[in-house]
Each structure stands twice: as structure tokens, then as C-alpha cells.
Design a protein around this ligand. Structure first.
Ligand SMILES: *[C@@H]1O[C@H](CO)[C@@H](O)[C@H](O)[C@H]1NC(C)=O
Ligand SMILES: *[C@@H]1O[C@H](CO)[C@@H](O)[C@H](O)[C@H]1NC(C)=O
Ligand SMILES: *[C@@H]1O[C@H](CO)[C@@H](O)[C@H](O)[C@H]1NC(C)=O
Ligand SMILES: *[C@@H]1O[C@H](CO)[C@@H](O)[C@H](O)[C@H]1NC(C)=O
Length: 705
């Protein structure tokens, strides 16, 4: 670009109208939608099978579905009816005996713990006779502490996980309280005394605890916890250690096993747990504990499962001594299956549980009934009638008066300026769908494209970039505009979108975001050898002028132009180039006013995909700001299981966590139009249901080290 071009360009930028948005919104109201990787395929229910440890007992043809077939239900536990004062004892209920199941359920936009009572095995399995005895969190009373990030009066929103019941005490993980610093997990262990609702946090502040297990006597809880070092970005195995603490008040907290997680008790002095061994295989270990006087110590740690396959998420029951249920990944199956390890005769006998009855499903997180008669786990329930997939899933909003929050089934969604359409990516291909679900998704570009952004002025113009994502500086990626055929009136099957390539030079041109006056597009380009931001003409592309906005030997990317035209927000690793850590910055389109808005901890913290609020005063973004919320091995694959959605004011104040789950939430967008906080169904190809991957990093072909 010549100097005169450059000056002209800068002059034009100065003339950008300061309030050019045609949108009426003047406040932060509206709707935020975001993507959760694979989540629309997770129709999890809990299933059980009788424990048959001798080969003479044939397993049944099907496993028994224990949960409702509508919600996403997982991480169950079988309470003992006789040990809890508030449950009817099994014998007292006249004719039919009862079973109970405690589990996590995601329904109506939030995470909750439910306890169901239902007739046991031989009786009718009809869901109509099942009744939900206790619905949490309505019965939960968290100690609400006023903090900057969790204003008093805000709806109670948190992730609930890994429930168990010991007598009348419900023990579980919750992300209710914000951690004291960025990039520290909010996961902590709580107990609630069910008859009174009295709730106690058992995890000290500054610490994250996962996967609690109450000892058979009820006196101790074993947890997987970060020590002083905290979470350092692990997305495979969490580098936790096993701690013991007193169930009644969290006291006498002590380190039991350095390096281990997912503890379970065989008896009051024997714990099983998993860890990834130094040979790379996930394996089950046994720790023998001695409670001599006041000192708790470990007498021995023994590896139970050999190298050559992965075994993890162990479960035990006092009613099944000498038996552990585990999930495995073996070379003989592409799927995660539940097996029993029968150790009663001195040698370990492996008994397949799920492969004979459901060979082509992943099965997660087994648990055994108190009487040792059955083993249960969760898996995708498969296709069933009356179980619609959702285009938009309503998620309970922390500020319902200000915005609705919806999970969208597609990546990189963006709203048309009138809010009526959503463009999104479902690789390979870019699609448009009506935001009220009244149309089928329409493919408007068939190549590999990311992300999506609508022109504010020219109707039906969508910007994207085409080429491989996550590629190096020198990869061929170009920005294109897609002009949709004028589709008001009748359908014209012949009308095709027109495609125009906007970048002609340089490499890795991506993440276009148009200015609200429709004149410019900001994007990132690797043309200098580093990814920095550039601005070009929106209609003609770089042939009509290009201007470098940011410059430096680092990566600036994921840019978003504010609706008032004043700011461009972007993600940058300039604080620590090459570290993988990204902060969010804003800069005026004329290059002045650069400042950092949010940063998530030093050494690799991530804040990405910023998008402005309709009033241009806040940003929504995805981040590891709240650390990680569950052991990644206990979920299907997520590239970034720590991803949660947050908002923040552009002055860096008032950070607010919007999502609480252990999945990868990303690519949020914000429209001024208020979409009803209600689910919107979509027509999903039945074959796509339940198609999700197990953890990619579980290498089953050879030792991963
Ligand atoms: C979800 O909310 C609707 C409307 O409030 C209610 O009718 C329904 O029972 C709820 N579903 C569950 C599973 O709680
Ligand atoms: C264990 O040994 C006993 C006695 O020898 C035998 O009856 C039983 O079937 C064996 N159990 C298994 C699981 O092999
Ligand atoms: C909702 O909007 C009002 C008015 O702009 C603001 O005062 C309040 O802080 C907002 N609440 C949240 C939780 O963002
Ligand atoms: C750059 O743009 C900002 C925002 O529009 C404006 O306040 C500032 O004065 C401009 N800077 C220069 C040097 O013109």
C-alpha cells in the first residue's frame, strides 16, 4: 500500500460515524448464544445390569434404563435406603420393594441432583411408576456469600456433580463459589444434611476438590485435589492428589496419595483410585490406609491393572467385596466399556459387562448397588421417539432481566442484523437457519469455513474465511463474502449464494468482522510472518486498500468490531508470545487506545472469541478463567474442557460467569433481540445422535509415552 493510500485510509477511518448502529438497543439486554462441543448428541441416561461374575449366568439382552429418557442424566450413585432416615425403608413398603438412584441431571437449563425411587428389578420397569422423591437444588441452601462476582440475589446457578448419600448427608461437587483468583477451579465439595437443608463447604478456600467418596463408616471423605500448585492447564489427566478429610466438617485434611484421582472405598482402610502410570497407561491402584491414633498414613500402594489397556473410574461396594467395576479402553473395541475385576480368588478375573449388550456405545463412570447385585453407568440412550434435538437450548441465565442465554447446536454462530437468522459452521460447511427454528438449516457454503459475521448494512451478506483452522502463518486461508439470494417471497430453488474472495495476498487471512457502517472489515492475517490485525474494504476487499492495525511478533486474532464502531476487540498472546495463553484486548479502529480487558492467570491462561454487547460496553467471551470443573477422563472428548462463557465490561470490571458445566463452551455471540428463554427443536438426522468421540488422547494402540 502506498503512503497516500494509507493516509486516505486513516482519514476514512477517522470519519467513521461514532454511532452508526441501526439497532435500537441501548442497554446490555438481548440474547447470548454459544456452542458446546458435541453436547447436542449427549442423550445420556443411566442404565443397569445385574452383576454376573460366573460365566454360567447369562447376561440379559438389554440393560435396564433407570432415568427419564428426556433429560441428560449421568454420574449416578445407589444410596442405601435403610441408612437414610428420610427414605422409606425397602422392607416397609408393603408389596413391591424399592430401589433408589441419586444422579446428576441437566434439565430446564441447569444442573441439579435428583433422587428417584422406583420398584426394584423384578417389578415393572415402566417409567410411570418411577417417582422423583427429592429434587435438588430446590432443597439446597448454599451459604450465600456476597462477593464481587456473585451478587446477592442472583439466581443460584452452579454445576452439581458426583453426588453420594451417606446416611442423611448428601455429598457432592458444586461450582457455586467463585475461586479467589483467575484460572483456579471453582469445583469444591459440599455436604447438605437433607432433613434440615443445612449445607457446608468442606473444601477450604483456594483449593479445588473433585470426585468425593465417603468411606463406608461415613467418617471420612476422599477427594482428588490440587495441592498448592493448582491447575496448570491440563486437559488430559488432572495432576491431582488424593486427600482425606472428615465428613462432618472437612477437618483433619491430609494428603494420602500423591498423584491419583477418582477414589472409591472397598472398606474403611482400602481405597482404589486411578492414575496414568509413568508408562502412559491409565490404571487402577489400591491404597491401604492406616489410621493409627491421630495420624493417617498409607501403608502401601499397589497397581491392580497391567499395562496394555486403559482402566479408569473405579467403583466398589460393600455388598460386592473383592469386585471393582471400571471403565476400560482396549484395542479390541473402539468404545469405552464397563468391566468388572473379580479379585476374590487371588488372581484378577476380568468380566465384560456392557460389550455383550451394547457393543457400539461408550459407557461412563460405573457404580455398584449396596447389595452388590447390580452395576450401573451412563451411556447415550440412542434414538427414541419424542426426544427432539435442540437447535437452541435454554440455559438458566444469571441475569434473566438483562439477557436470555441459549446453547446453539453449531459452531461460530452469528445473528443477522434483524436477529431473524443465524449463520453458523458445521464443518465442512456454513449454514443459515431461522433463529425461531422455522426453517431447516440451509448450506450456503460447502467448504471448510470459520467463523461467521453478517454485514450490518447489506442484507444477506456473510463474511467468513475458508481454509484449515488452527493453521500456521503460512497456510492458504482467505476471507470471502457470501451473498445470499434474495429469498423474500417464494422459494427459488435455483438461486445460489454468490461468493466473492476478498483477500488476495498473504497467508492465513481469517476472522473477518465488519464495521457497523458496512464499509470495512477487520481480520487477522499471517502475511508479515506473524498474525496481526488488518482492515480492508468490505465490498471490494484488499484490492481497494488494506491497512495494518496491529503489529508485533506475536498472534492477534478473533477480532470483533463494536456495534458503535468505536472499538475492535481481539484475542492476543502478546503478553507471552507462543505460550498458548491469550488475553482479550481492545483498540480503536484508528489504532489508538489499545488496552487489555481481561487476562486469565499467567502462564497460558486463555480468554478467546470476544464479541461485543449491543451497547458496546461489555464483551462476552470464552475462557479458562474458572479453571476446570471435572476430571476430563470422566467425559467424552473435549479439546478445551475448561471453556466457559463469561461477560465483562470493557473497562475490565464486573466479570460474570454465565455457564457452569464440565464441557467445552465456546464461540459466543450477542444479539440485541431478546429470544424467548425456551428450547427450540431442530430436525436432526437420527444417525448423528450419540455420535461423539471418546477422549482423543486415550491412545489404545501403544503406550502413549
Ligand atoms: C421444565 O420446565 C417446564 C416449564 O416450566 C415444566 O413444565 C417441566 O416440568 C420442567 N421439566 C423438568 C424435567 O423439570
Ligand atoms: C473362586 O474359588 C472358589 C473356590 O475354589 C470357587 O468356588 C469360585 O467359583 C471361584 N470364583 C471365581 C470367580 O473364580
Ligand atoms: C442488568 O442491567 C442493569 C441495567 O443496565 C444493570 O444495572 C445490572 O447490573 C445488570 N445485571 C447484570 C447481572 O448484569
Ligand atoms: C482515534 O479514535 C478514537 C475513537 O474514535 C478517538 O477518540 C481518538 O481521538 C482518535 N485518535 C486520533 C489520534 O485521532
Amino acid at each position: 500500500m502506498t503512503t497516500s493510500h494509507r493516509n486516505l485510509f486513516i482519514l476514512l477511518l477517522f470519519l467513521l460515524p461514532l454511532s452508526s448502529s441501526s439497532l435500537e438497543a441501548t442497554s446490555a439486554a438481548g440474547t447470548i448464544i454459544f456452542t458446546t462441543l458435541g453436547r447436542s448428541r449427549y442423550n445420556f441416561d443411566i442404565f443397569s445390569l445385574p452383576i454376573a461374575t460366573s460365566s454360567s449366568t447369562l447376561p440379559p439382552d438389554n440393560d435396564r434404563q433407570l432415568t427419564d429418557g428426556v433429560s441428560v442424566n449421568f454420574n449416578g450413585f445407589f444410596p442405601s435406603l435403610s441408612s437414610s432416615s428420610f427414605l422409606p425403608s425397602s422392607s416397609s413398603s408393603s408389596s413391591s420393594s424399592l430401589d433408589s438412584l441419586l444422579y446428576v441431571t441437566e434439565r430446564n437449563g441447569s444442573s441439579a441432583i435428583y433422587l428417584d425411587l422406583f420398584p426394584s428389578v423384578s417389578a415393572s420397569a415402566s417409567p410411570s411408576v418411577r417417582r422423583t422423591a427429592l429434587q435438588l437444588p430446590t432443597r439446597l441452601q448454599f451459604p450465600l456469600l456476597p462477593t464481587a462476582e456473585s451478587p446477592r440475589g442472583a439466581p443460584l446457578i452452579s454445576m452439581m456433580d458426583r453426588p453420594s448419600l451417606s446416611g442423611d448427608l448428601l455429598v457432592y461437587v458444586s461450582t457455586h463459589h467463585p475461586s479467589s483468583s483467575p484460572r483456579q477451579s471453582w469445583a469444591a465439595v459440599y455436604s447438605t444434611h437433607i432433613p434440615t437443608g443445612s449445607t457446608r463447604r468442606l473444601t477450604p478456600s483456594g483449593v479445588a476438590d473433585f470426585s468425593p467418596a465417603v468411606s463406608p463408616s461415613g467418617a471420612w471423605i476422599a477427594v482428588a485435589s490440587y495441592g498448592d500448585e493448582g491447575w496448570s492447564g491440563d486437559v488430559e489427566e488432572l495432576r491431582t492428589s488424593i486427600y482425606l478429610l472428615r465428613t462432618e466438617d472437612g477437618s483433619r485434611r491430609s494428603l494420602l496419595v500423591d498423584h491419583g484421582s477418582w477414589p472409591c472405598w472397598a472398606d474403611d482402610s482400602t481405597l482404589y483410585f486411578h492414575r496414568r502410570g509413568s508408562d502412559g497407561w491409565w490404571s487402577i491402584y489400591r491404597a491401604t490406609i492406616s489410621f493409627a491414633s491421630t495420624v493417617v498414613s498409607v501403608e502401601s500402594v499397589v497397581r491392580i491393572t497391567p499395562p496394555g489397556f486403559h482402566a479408569f473410574t473405579p467403583a466398589t461396594s460393600a455388598g460386592a467385596p473383592g469386585i471393582i467395576a471400571v471403565a476400560t479402553r482396549r484395542q479390541t473395541s473402539k468404545f469405552r466399556h464397563i468391566e468388572l475385576i473379580d479379585m476374590r480368588n487371588g488372581s484378577n478375573v476380568y468380566v465384560e459387562v456392557t460389550r455383550p449388550v451394547a457393543p457400539y456405545s461408550h459407557h461412563y463412570n460405573p457404580f455398584i448397588s449396596p447389595d452388590g447385585s447390580k452395576v450401573a453407568y451412563h451411556r447415550c440412550r440412542g434414538s427414541s421417539n419424542g426426544d427432539p434435538s435442540l437447535l437452541l437450548e435454554n440455559i438458566k441465565s444469571v441475569a434473566p432481566e438483562n439477557f436470555s442465554l441459549l446453547r446453539f447446536d453449531g459452531s461460530f454462530p452469528s445473528f443477522s442484523p434483524d436477529g431473524k437468522q443465524i449463520a453458523y459452521v458445521n464443518l465442512p460447511g456454513l449454514f443459515v437457519v431461522n433463529s425461531d427454528g422455522s426453517s431447516k438449516p440451509r448450506e450456503v457454503f460447502s467448504g471448510n469455513a470459520f467463523p461467521t459475521a453478517w454485514d450490518w448494512k447489506r442484507k444477506g451478506v456473510i463474511y467468513t474465511s475458508t481454509g484449515p483452522e488452527f493453521a500456521g502463518e503460512s497456510t492458504r486461508v482467505d476471507i470471502i463474502s457470501i451473498t445470499l439470494p434474495d429469498d423474500d417471497g417464494d422459494e427459488d430453488a435455483q438461486a445460489q449464494p454468490s461468493i466473492k474472495q476478498l483477500t488476495t495476498g498473504g497467508e492465513n487471512n481469517a476472522f473477518p468482522s465488519p464495521s457497523p457502517d458496512g464499509k470495512w472489515v477487520v481480520f487477522r492475517s499471517g502475511r508479515s510472518g506473524y498474525k496481526n490485525l488488518y482492515i480492508m474494504d468490505a465490498e471490494e476487499g484488499e484490492s481497494a486498500g488494506i491497512h495494518q492495525l496491529t503489529e508485533g511478533s506475536w498472534t492477534d486474532t478473533m477480532c470483533s468490531w463494536s456495534p458503535d464502531g468505536e472499538w475492535i476487540a481481539f484475542a492476543s498472546d502478546r503478553d507471552d508470545p507462543g505460550s498458548g495463553g491469550f488475553s482479550i484486548y481492545i483498540v480503536h479502529p484508528n489504532g489508538t487506545g489499545l488496552r487489555r480487558v481481561v487476562h486469565s492467570g499467567s502462564s497460558g491462561g486463555r480468554t478467546n472469541h470476544p464479541c461485543f454487547s449491543p451497547d458496546s460496553k461489555s464483551l462476552v467471551f470464552t475462557s479458562d478463567y474458572a479453571g476446570i470443573s471435572a476430571e476430563p477422563i470422566s467425559n467424552p472428548h473435549h479439546y478445551q474442557p475448561y471453556g466457559e462463557i463469561f461477560t465483562i465490561k470493557i473497562d475490565g470490571s464486573d466479570i460474570l460467569r454465565l455457564t457452569h458445566n464440565s464441557f467445552e463452551d465456546g464461540t459466543p455471540t450477542w444479539t440485541p433481540f431478546f429470544l424467548e428463554p425456551a428450547d427450540v427443536a431442530e430436525a436432526l438426522d437420527g444417525s448423528a445422535r450419540c455420535s461423539f468421540d471418546d477422549c482423543h488422547w486415550l491412545n489404545i494402540n501403544k503406550s502413549p509415552t
